[in-house]
Design a binder for this molecule. Structure first.
Ligand code: GLN
Length: 206
């Protein structure tokens, strides 16, 4: 890691630019060296020390990443210990099972890493998007502004999964090994404490 860390934001669909900015700020505030780039191809992904899968539409992100081979590469990299942060649709992508609250089970490509079952759109559709204060004491973030946009919730967790946060009895943030997932969008708040936490995970690994 002589030239600093190399963090990628999966740029298939979703809010990529906001995550680039938040991650760059996190690296800078931590006084570290590193680059943050958009990644799309398996080749770009293979060079990474850490990856963020942003929010968007999980069926679109999954289908396109399957077609160009990046899904397989991400799986390999997770297996080799690369930290990954999945945000909203990104967390859905990392899960092993997802069903929609209304539509039910769909045949969508998933990374099958996080031992969790997801309910997509658990809080309702676009009009039911909302914001609320939440906390993630376990990782030292006691107060965080949660922005929930067509957010999923986690309805089942396996034994290796650490629950980081709940809102109204619903699980909204988890960690399993080097992989974290949130149902809300930290990149839309101006608060970079979660991005800093993720950058530190990458640093510990390198
Ligand atoms: N509802 C979207 C999905 O199921 C996720 C929404 C988001 O990422 N903000 O993929």
């Amino acid at each position: 890691m002589s030239g600093g860390i190399n963090v990628g934001i999966l740029a298939v669909q979703g809010d990529v630019a906001e995550n680039i900015l938040a991650t760059k700020m996190a690296i800078e505030e931590l006084g570290m060296e590193g680059i943050v780039t958009e990644v799309k191809t398996p080749e770009q992904i293979s060079d990474l020390d850490g990856l963020i899968i942003p929010g968007g539409e999980s069926t679109v992100i999954g289908t396109l990443s399957l077609v160009n081979g990046s899904l397989k590469k991400i799986k390999e990299k997770i297996a080799s210990g690369m930290p990954v942060f999945g945000i909203c649709a990104g967390m859905i992508m990392l899960s092993k099972k997802a069903k929609d609250r209304v539509v039910g089970e769909m045949d969508q490509p998933l990374l099958d890493f996080l031992d969790i079952k997801i309910e997509r759109n658990a809080f309702g559709r676009q009009k039911d998007s909302f914001e609320s204060e939440i906390s993630m004491d376990k990782i030292g973030v006691s107060k965080f502004h949660g922005v929930f946009i067509r957010a999923p919730s986690i309805i089942e967790t396996g034994k290796d999964v650490e629950i980081l946060s709940k809102f109204n009895e619903k699980i909204i943030a988890v960690k399993q090994g080097n992989v974290i997932g949130t149902a809300f969008h930290p990149e839309l708040t101006g608060d970079i404490s979660l991005h800093k936490y993720f950058v530190n995970l990458i640093k510990q690994k390198n």
